[in-house]
Design a protein around this ligand. Sequence first.
Ligand code: CP
Ligand code: NVA
Length: 306
Amino acid sequence: MAIKHFLQLNDLTGDELAHIFERTRWIKEQFKAYQQYWPLSDRTLVMIFEKASTRTRLSFEAGMQQLGGSAIYLNTRDSQLGRGEPVEDAAQVISRMSDIVMIRTFEQEIIERFAANSRVPVINGLTNEYHPCQILADIYTFIEHRGSIKGKTVAWIGDSNNVCNTWLQAAEVFDFNVHVSTPPGYEVEPERANLYGTDHYEEFEDPMEAARGADLVTTDVWTSMGFEAENEERRRDFQDWQVDADMMRIAGKDSLFMHCLPAHRGEEVSAEVIDGPQSVVWDEAENRLHTQKALMEYLLLGKVQA
Ligand code: CP
Ligand code: NVA
């Protein structure tokens, strides 16, 4: 099988992603029933982190161990990556010593260059531009709670960041709609809008109108990693882009709330919403584990039948 990478959500087809969701369900059931499933025994995952993480590290490391393999953590501070070793050289070496690699870094270009020089599959664990593993878990969580996402409406409130961009890609692949509301100056970059989602996305000046009738309301931090210098300015600019109880009422009582986490109560979301009955954030976080196990199984073994 040719090497498949997962650098952006649409690197895999709708059919491949549907297969991963089927496998997720089975792998999750096995895990919950304490059934051992070790299809990746003797396989090694290398995880490279150039930014902080709780969920991504934990879900990949635990996930690989639960599939019978092992995981090695590298960060910029303790490896030669932080001392200027070219990413192409690192890719050559790391991919000769491992079976699969996950990278969390800054520009998407870095991960593309790594993958171009890798002998093994590379997974995007978050870049400035995209967070495909997050949306894999989010859509799986939506399906668990509400069934197919096809034709549904997702309201994105806040910054048009890596998570938002990936929702726009997902809307094309899974045929649903995204309503985006950002403060002025933080809109989706036109080239991304043109590339991913012209038929499936609409921008709203008023966040309440974006949320009206939405099946899912979702948001993320006002300041993503790497943009900390803009923190104060963003705090002022994003004041009116908080998901609160009024917004969830306008969305409707059956609307779900998601957040990739970590969250800031009182900023992008009120405590009442994230800790309230419409919030599925803990299921969403847990599903990072199950969906990524299915993803690694697929990238390493292809379509495994139950
Ligand atoms: N949602 C997410 O990717 O969380 P971490 O930054 O903790 O990995
Ligand atoms: N948009 C956030 C997501 C963190 C999981 C960031 O890039 O920091």
